[in-house]
Ligand binder design. Structure first.
Ligand code: GLC
Length: 464
């Protein structure tokens, strides 16, 4: 009898281990991810292969980082996460780089994110109108930077043709259109005020610029939030999709789409496939779905459901809540991962998920699942970043590169281990690069204003 129980426990333990092992990546696998990312980045830059590649390497028309002389009042809009923000940014040049920001945050209901484009842009214009009213600024036509954190094809700074929606957005009739025109049309429909558009900016670029304001060595921008993405300064002569060979331009990598041509199939688990299949955009943004805040909790939930179905967790008792998509938010993952969090607190999170009566062993296992999923995300992100910094190093024919990465995003900022694991991986996979990380304070908003400021300074020739 005792042997039978012991045998069953050992078998259960082995089965849990086997499943968790599918979620961990070896050094060789991570090196392979870096290699494939480098290859896709090259293909994205090349005229011949650009169309077929998953990583789009989009020119941003930002050619230099700020020099501290930027000055003036700017409006900035920030769309791309779970909310929409309107900001008034006051830049004062001089030694202290004084920046004063006033902002209001507006929610975007899910129906609006996924309704018609007209509804979405009408909603945005209503928020802007409210902000101008609130600030007593109706009628002031300040230069405006629009942080629009989705893949856009730009042929100049103040134009962005939406290539596809990512994250939770799905508004109809927007893909293939210039988002500045869509917003201008909505402003005209409202007939209350005018806007003076100067720049469309990806959040990665805004983050790089904001950190570049503090540290001129900042030539990479990284976001690990609802979605994930990076940008960096590339040599113009390598960007075959652009005319001109002189100097550098910031390229929006759009690395979230890495894997969409099968580059990550070897490393995906059944849980990743299920998260992908049940998402808004199956088959798309495969790398992002293994890394970012919108998906990590959902991966954990899928593992927990599998464990429970197999009788390896919660004594095999499934809760209805655990079966619902999105219930395990990534913020729980960050909370559970805190080192000093008592098992009692994990249990109360589980209770919130309708998992009453969980044992201490259950809590330990849930913590382990969160650990494995978070670690893999941070390592994958580190492997991608290794490809980016090594590319910069090779571009410059350097044996050693010293570079700063500006980072933003809730997952990066709130997960207790993400940044350290990512940096460890990066160091291991790109040993010839010395990388410093600078957390950006309000990268998207301030960055849009800075880019707008630089553009105004150089008299907006359509390029910075
Ligand atoms: C998604 C978007 C990308 C953005 C990233 C982070 O991947 O496609 O443009 O930078 O999310 O917000």
């Amino acid at each position: 009898m005792v042997t039978a129980v012991a045998y069953r426990l050992a078998a259960q333990h082995a089965e849990r281990r086997r499943i968790l092992d599918t979620l961990s990546l070896s050094r060789e696998q991570l090196l392979e991810v870096k290699r494939r990312m480098t290859e896709e980045m090259m293909r994205g830059l090349s005229k011949q292969t650009h169309e077929q590649t998953s990583v789009k390497m989009l020119p941003t028309f930002v050619r230099s980082t700020p020099d501290g002389t930027e000055h003036g009042d700017f409006l900035a809009l920030d769309l791309g996460g779970s909310s929409f923000r309107v900001l008034l940014v006051r830049l004062r040049s001089g030694k202290t780089h004084k920046v004063d920001i006033q902002q209001k945050i507006y929610s975007i209901p899910q129906e609006t994110m996924q309704g018609t484009g007209e509804e979405l842009f009408n909603h945005i214009v209503c928020c802007i109108s409210d902000f101008l009213e609130y600030m007593g600024m109706r009628g002031a036509s300040l230069p405006l930077g629009f942080t629009f954190s989705f893949p856009c094809h730009q042929s100049k700074l103040d134009e962005g043709v939406l290539l596809r929606w990512t994250k939770g957005f799905k508004a109809s009739d927007c893909v293939g259109k210039n988002v500045v025109t869509l917003l201008k049309e909505a402003v005209q429909r409202k007939q209350e005020f005018d806007l003076n558009f100067v720049a469309v900016v990806n959040d990665t670029v805004g983050t790089m610029m904001t950190c570049g304001y503090e540290d001129p060595k900042c030539e990479v921008g990284l976001i690990v939030g609802t979605g994930t993405n990076a940008c960096y300064m590339e040599e113009m002569h390598n960007i075959e999709t652009m005319e001109g060979n002189e100097g550098r331009m910031c390229v929006n990598v759009e690395w979230g789409a890495f894997g969409d041509n099968g580059e990550l199939d070897d490393f995906c688990t059944e849980f990743d496939r299920s998260v992908d299949e049940c998402s808004n955009n199956p088959g798309k943004q495969r790398y992002e779905k293994m890394i970012s805040g919108m998906y990590l909790g959902e991966i954990v939930r899928n593992v927990l459901v599998d464990f429970t179905t197999k009788g390896l967790l919660f004594r095999g008792k499934m809760s209805e809540r655990l079966k619902s998509r999105g219930i395990f938010e990534t913020k729980f993952l960050s909370q559970i991962e805190r080192d000093r969090l008592a098992m009692r607190q994990i249990r109360s999170i589980l209770q919130h998920l309708g998992l009453t009566g969980s044992t201490c062993d259950d809590s330990v296992l849930v913590k382990e699942v969160c650990g494995v999923v978070g670690r893999r995300a941070a390592q994958l992100c580190g492997a991608g970043l290794a490809a980016v910094v090594d590319k910069i190093r090779q571009n410059r024919n350097l044996n050693q590169l010293s570079v700063t990465v500006g980072v933003d995003g809730t997952l990066y900022k709130t997960h207790p281990h993400f940044s350290s694991i990512m940096q460890e991986t990066l160091q291991d996979l790109a040993p010839q690069c010395h990388v410093t990380f600078l957390k950006s304070e309000d990268g998207s908003g301030k960055g849009a204003a800075l880019i707008t400021a630089v553009a105004c300074r150089v008299n907006n020739e359509g390029q910075l």
